[in-house]
Design a binder for this molecule. Structure first.
Ligand SMILES: *Cc1c(COP(=O)(O)O)cnc(C)c1O
Length: 838
């Protein structure tokens, strides 16, 4: 995919979705009027000066009004795109959309920053302070959810007819607080003060059933009679384009009980019983990822997935019938994309709707389904591949289970013809796990990834290495059966949020030297390459970095009371806390450095501030222990007078999009240190490099493509590669050998084990130490020495600021490929265009 191909795709969408752009002066006048009206509504009779919250809400409400007009125009344009449109309308189904704040993005998209800056100034407030009052929409967990949010931005920017579909979580991802160095979770009440961006759509409601039984009719057709009926109502979130008047939609579903209260129970005075259905329905929208260590939690999660899928598909079908009056072309006109397997019930639900509600025959319904559905895999870890107990699906979704059985039956028949006698293959690829694999407790389960592959015309991984490993390992059988089905589409991030908005000073430097075009076509960053040796440009890069570091230093002081030196090297690892991401390896390096400094305080140390942030899943014991260790080590290191500025370790709580937007522009060094073969792509890595941080990373995920794009000499690459990881594991990996031959590593492990960071408590970190010396599945011990040696190379380069700055420029220059616009253009070409149906 080249830049010109990207332009061609944009031009193609434009030709079917042209809208008349309003002059900017008219927009400004409209915004000012709307803002004034909204402010009056907010203030009502009060004569007090408006608070920042009030200004934020009034501005959001004014922007929403302007964008709603654009939304209506976008929908009208898309509805008229007709039979000949080259691209299908895309329906992106995801259980997570990690949107972050919306106001800053909206005013940037509308080009009204200055108008609002003045309006706020008239009320005595600064723009950034007002923007900060908005609560993050944290309706996601990590990279997968943030990817979905970046995609919505690119859908709008490219003019792709589309809908994002998700759930409206009342409490999203939990809020993380730290008490005594330990993570504690609290509900994130992000809607407490209302949400100006939501547009409730009470007219868009669909019934969703659970439980009950399947009835056979006299004519042989089958019908589901659910025991429980819910309603799913749409709530729209609008996502503006930055360089056109297009607006894309995130449609989120809110469940309610079909029968809100039990009136008989109410009359008896039994209010709890009267409200039971109402509460049970609302519980579906409470939180993202209810703890799945209990059966009740797992059942709730399955209900969430089923509700998302059913409501979205009913909405799609209703729209399609409005536009075309027939279902026969549904698969040719609509793409249904599964962001991981969480929405993988979609093919079963689509089949049910087509067969049972619209009377289609199996073969036609299946052809439509296969044309429409495509699936992105996000992980190779077998334990992360979703499987649902057959019994649970049978109890909640009996008709879906029948359909899954029939899909499987027909698939097995096809295999019997193509691979006669290969029973082992059949049992490996079956949608049903008979014998009970990892963690099944012996029960039969439905393999959701298999359902997604069998029902899709395209399956993709999210970076070159990941897509390669996907067809070599977990999906090798499927790649043999349907080689043409598997593709790679490397992830990207939106340069609007992750460069223009989060780093306005760097954006201004770029504008000055290469023009403003990079916002729309990130490949223009390559123009910087020729400027990397220009001392003035390098100085400007370093100056911007220094200013962003001061801002972060102020935040660290405010949040944690720790003073860090903005001239030290800011070494940053922010992402979900997970063993495969190896925050622990980072901490081991901090300990090694601490011990070396104490042993030799006079040496020429490059001062470092190590910043870690991230949430651990609430039931993930090891990840929580790693958070605690980070705090224990930080406390000891930060208060040791022998160390001073030479080393600090801080953990910033409650990682999310807004925190990332402050931290990333301030990073000198980006830690991307997963065990090779475990990080599917990463997108944090891209955001850092785009903002001029250098990467220390393993040969994993998108790090590889980044290194190739910027020149591998501009990245600090270390550690075992995937082939070596596999070879060593096959031979029998013994982490103790690495410890025995490395005195430094021994001292680090000893310090943890003997309670040096836990006030003598030797039990606290025993599980961590035992795991490192026992199986060490993520091979920290094997990679430690090379990691520490590579960190020494980092130190050396940092001492030469001019050389460091030149590399920073080259990192930014190499990131043009990693825009979500390019990613979406590739999805259009390979996955969602009518052409891809073959
Ligand atoms: C980009 C991003 C992620 C993904 O980070 P990785 O380092 O790729 O795991 C997770 N959370 C937030 C808030 C992000 O912005």
């Amino acid at each position: 995919m080249t830049a010109s191909a990207l332009h061609a795709i944009k031009a193609r969408f434009k030709s079917v979705t042209t809208m008349n752009d309003k002059p900017q002066s008219e927009m400004q006048a409209q915004l000012q009027a709307q803002f004034k009206a909204a402010l009056q509504r907010e203030l009502s009779q009060s004569t007090q000066a408006p608070s920042r919250e009030t200004l934020m809400r009034a501005a959001a409400s004014a922007c929403r009004e302007l964008l709603s007009q654009r939304w209506a125009a976008t929908q009208a344009a898309d509805a008229q795109r007709g039979e000949q449109a080259p691209v299908r309308r895309v329906h992106y189904l995801s259980m997570e959309f990690l949107m972050g704040r919306a106001l800053g993005n909206a005013i940037a998209a509308l080009g009204l920053d200055e108008t609002l800056r003045e309006a706020f100034a008239a009320q005595g407030q600064a723009l950034p302070d007002v923007l900060e009052r908005e609560h993050d929409a944290a309706l996601g967990n990590g990279g997968l959810g943030r990817l979905a949010a970046c995609f919505l931005d690119s859908f709008a920017e490219l003019g792709l007819p589309s809908f994002g579909y998700g759930l409206r979580y009342e409490y999203g991802m939990f809020a993380q607080a730290i008490q005594d160095g330990r993570q504690v979770e609290a509900p994130d009440d992000w809607l407490a003060l209302g949400n100006a961006w939501e547009v409730p759509r009470p007219e868009l409601r669909y019934p969703v059933g659970f439980g009950g039984r399947v009835v056979a009719e006299a004519d042989g057709s089958r019908h589901w009679q659910p025991a429980e009926q819910l309603l799913a109502q749409a709530v729209d979130f609008i996502v503006p384009a930055h360089h056109s008047e297009r607006v894309s939609t995130l449609r989120q579903w809110q469940a309610s009980a079909a029968k809100p209260i039990d009136f008989n129970a109410f009359c008896r005075g039994d209010y709890a019983a009267a409200a039971q259905h109402r509460v049970a329905a609302q519980a579906i929208n409470w939180v993202l990822y209810p703890d799945d260590s209990t059966d009740a939690g797992r059942e709730l999660r399955l209900k969430q997935e089923a509700l998302l899928v059913s409501a979205s598909l009913q909405d799609l079908i209703a729209r399609h019938l409005r536009e075309f009056g027939t279902l026969h072309n549904l698969g040719k006109r609509n793409a249904i994309h599964l962001n991981d397997t969480h929405p993988a019930l979609a093919p079963a639900e689509l089949m049910r709707l087509l067969l049972d509600q619209h009377g289609l025959q199996w073969d036609e319904a299946w052809a439509i389904t296969r044309d429409a559905v495509s699936y992105t895999n996000h992980t190779l870890m077998p334990e992360a591949l979703e499987k649902w107990p057959l019994q649970m699906i049978e109890a909640l979704l009996p008709r879906h289970l029948e359909i899954i059985f029939e899909i499987n039956q027909r698939f097995m028949d096809e295999l019997r013809q193509r691979f006669p006698g290969d029973e082992a293959l059949m049992s490996r690829v079956s949608l049903i796990e008979e014998d009970g694999g990892y963690g099944s407790g012996g029960e039969r389960r439905v393999r959701m990834a298999h359902l997604a592959i069998v029902a899709s015309h395209r399956v993709n991984g999210v970076a070159a290495l990941h897509s390669e490993l996907m067809v070599q390992t977990i999906f090798a059988d499927y790649a043999r059966i349907w080689p043409e089905r598997f593709h790679n589409v490397t992830n990207g991030v939106t340069p609007r949020r992750w460069l223009q908005q989060c780093n306005p000073q760097l954006a201004a430097v770029l504008d000055r030297h290469i023009g403003q075009g990079w916002r729309q076509d990130l490949s223009e960053l390559a123009k910087l390459k020729g400027l990397a040796k220009d001392a003035a440009v390098v100085q400007q890069f370093l100056g911007v970095k220094r200013a962003n570091k001061e801002r972060l230093a102020a935040l660290i002081r405010r949040e944690l009371g720790v003073a860090v030196n903005p001239d030290s090297l800011f070494d940053v690892q922010i992402k979900r806390i997970h063993e495969y991401k190896r925050q622990l390896l980072n901490i081991l390096h901090v300990i090694a450095r601490y011990q070396a400094i104490v042993a030799n305080p006079q040496a020429n140390w490059t001062p470092r501030t190590v910043v870690i942030a991230g949430k651990a899943a609430s039931a993930y014991f090891m990840a929580k222990l790693i958070i605690q260790l980070a705090h224990d080590v930080g406390r000891v290191v930060n208060s040791d007078p022998r160390v001073g500025d030479k080393l600090k370790l801080v953990f910033l709580p409650n990682y999310g999009v807004s925190l990332a937007e402050t931290i990333i522009p301030a990073a000198d060094l980006s830690e991307q240190i997963s065990t090779a073969g475990t990080e599917a792509s990463g997108t944090g890595n891209m955001k850092f490099a785009m903002n001029g941080a250098l990467t220390i990373g393993t040969w994993d995920g998108a790090n590889i493509e980044m290194a190739e794009a910027m020149g591998v000499e501009n990245m600090f690459v270390f550690g075992l590669r995937t082939d070596a990881v596999a070879r060593i594991k096959a031979l029998g990996y013994d982490p103790r050998l690495h410890v025995e031959e490395n005195k430094q590593l021994q001292a680090v492990i000893d310090a943890i084990a003997t309670g040096q960071f836990s006030a003598g408590d030797t039990a606290r970190y025993r599980p961590l130490v035992d795991k490192l010396l026992g199986s060490d599945p993520y091979m920290l011990m094997a990679d430690f020495a090379d990691y520490v040696a590579t960190q020494a190379r980092v130190d050396a380069l940092y001492q030469d600021q001019a050389a460091w700055g030149e590399r920073a420029v080259l990192n930014v220059a190499g990131m043009g490929w990693f825009s979500a616009d390019r990613t979406i253009a590739e999805y259009v070409e390979r996955v969602w265009s009518v052409k891809s149906l073959g």
